[in-house]
Write a protein that binds this ligand. Structure first.
Ligand code: TYC
Length: 105
């Protein structure tokens, strides 16, 4: 019996024809430019934290470098928050000032 089905006492099964599915609110993870973090490190972060393939990671890195900021992924709140923490924790370990932030989609 799925969550969209209900068993009635007479043995009939009722099924919702239009299940109410609540979509989670989504947040953009935005990467910010700075003058000190190396391009290679940013590409590595995009590959390891956001699972971008090398060409896409390089494209996003250059976009952030030239535009000042760029979206690197869109996720439900807790996942987005975890990505921001992962970026900043990796950056600190390597003594880079790289920062990321969240914005509602
Ligand atoms: N601007 C940095 C440099 O010239 C590269 C960089 C790109 C840093 C993207 C941060 O989010 C960033 N080395």
């Amino acid at each position: 019996m799925s969550i969209n089905q209900q068993q009635r006492p007479d043995g009939e099964t009722l099924e919702k024809t239009r299940p109410e599915v609540r979509q989670p609110e989504l947040y953009q993870v935005i990467l910010l430019n700075d003058d000190y973090t190396t391009m290679d490190f940013v590409v590595e972060v995009l590959e390891t934290v956001f699972f971008k393939r090398p060409a896409e990671a390089h494209r996003i890195m250059l976009l952030v470098h030239t535009q000042g900021r760029g979206v690197c992924g869109i996720y439900p709140y807790e996942i987005a928050e975890t990505k921001v923490e992962a970026v900043e924790s990796l950056a600190r370990q390597h003594d880079f000032p790289l920062q990321a932030t969240l914005e509602p989609e």
